[in-house]
Design a protein around this ligand. Structure first.
Ligand code: RET
Length: 235
C-alpha cells in the first residue's frame, strides 16, 4: 500500500469512529435540538463515503503532472456548507444570511476545485475568487450572524456559537494554505505531506466540531432539564 492510500485508510477509520460517537450522542442532546444535531452526524458520515472512494483510488483527475482528488472537493462541497448552516441555525440567523453562508461556502469550494484543474494565472485567479467567497463567509460569521446569536441565545449557547465559529475559522484557514503550497499551487509541499495534513484536518474539523457541540449540548441539557439534574443528584 502506498503512503497516500495509508493516510486515506486512517482518515476512513477516524471518520467512521467519529460518525459512530456522534450518532450515539443523538440520544444525549436536548430533544428540541435533535433535528439540527443530525447535520453534525451527516458531516463525518458523508466523509466516510468520500474516504472509501479515496482509499479505493476512485475519482482522481490527472492535470499536467499532478493529481486532483475530485472526491475530496465533492465531500467539501457537501459538508462545509452543512457546517456553516449549522452555525447559522444555532445563531438564529435570518433566512437571507443562511442562504448567503451556504451559497458563499459552496462557491469557495467550486472555485478552489476549478482553480486546481486550471494551470497558471487563471488557476490562481479562480483561487482568489474562492478566497474572496470564504472571506464573505468569515465576515458573516463575525458580523451579521454573530449579532443574531448575541441577540437570541442564552450565555451557554452564545459561548458554544463563538467556540465553534473560532474553531471553524482558524482550522479552515489551513486549507487554502495547503492549496497554495501543494501541487495545485507552487508545489513546495509534496503530495504525501499535503495528503497527510488534509486527512488530519478533515478528521479534526469534522469530528471535533461535532464533539464540541455534543459536549456543550449535554451540559446545557443537564443545567436546564430538572429531571436530568435529579438524576445526577441521585448518582
Ligand atoms: C480552497 C481553495 C480556494 C480558497 C479557499 C479554499 C478553502 C477551503 C476550505 C475547506 C474546508 C474543508 C473542510 C473539510 C472538512 O473535512 C477551496 C482550498 C478559501 C475552507 C473543513
Amino acid at each position: 500500500m502506498d503512503t497516500i492510500t495509508l493516510w486515506f485508510g486512517l482518515g476512513l477509520l477516524g471518520e467512521l469512529l467519529g460518525t459512530t460517537v456522534l450518532a450515539y450522542g443523538y440520544t444525549l442532546v436536548p430533544e428540541a435540538t435533535r433535528r439540527r444535531y443530525l447535520l453534525l452526524v451527516a458531516i463525518p458520515g458523508i466523509a466516510v463515503v468520500a474516504y472509501v472512494l479515496l482509499f479505493l483510488g476512485v475519482g482522481t483527475i490527472s492535470v499536467g503532472d499532478h493529481t486532483v482528488y475530485a472526491v475530496r472537493y465533492a465531500d467539501w462541497l457537501l459538508t462545509t456548507p452543512i457546517n456553516v448552516l449549522y452555525l447559522g441555525l444555532l445563531a438564529g440567523a435570518t433566512r437571507s444570511d443562511l442562504g448567503k453562508l451556504v451559497g458563499l461556502q459552496a462557491l469557495t469550494i467550486v472555485f478552489g476545485f476549478a482553480g486546481a484543474l486550471v494551470p497558471g494565472p487563471l488557476g490562481y485567479g479562480l483561487f482568489a475568487l474562492g478566497a474572496a467567497c470564504f472571506g464573505g463567509v468569515v465576515r458573516l460569521l463575525y458580523r451579521g450572524v454573530a449579532d443574531a446569536a448575541a441577540a437570541t441565545l442564552s450565555d451557554l449557547e452564545l459561548s458554544l456559537y463563538r467556540t465553534l465559529r473560532n474553531f471553524v475559522v482558524v482550522l479552515w484557514l489551513v486549507y487554502p494554505v495547503v492549496w497554495v503550497l501543494g501541487a495545485s499551487g507552487v508545489g513546495l509541499m509534496d503530495v504525501e505531506t499535503a495528503s497527510l495534513v488534509i486527512v488530519y484536518l478533515d478528521v479534526v474539523t469534522k469530528v471535533g466540531f461535532g464533539v464540541i457541540a455534543l459536549n456543550a449540548w449535554t451540559t446545557i441539557e443537564e443545567v436546564t432539564d430538572p429531571s436530568e439534574a435529579d438524576g445526577l443528584a441521585a448518582d
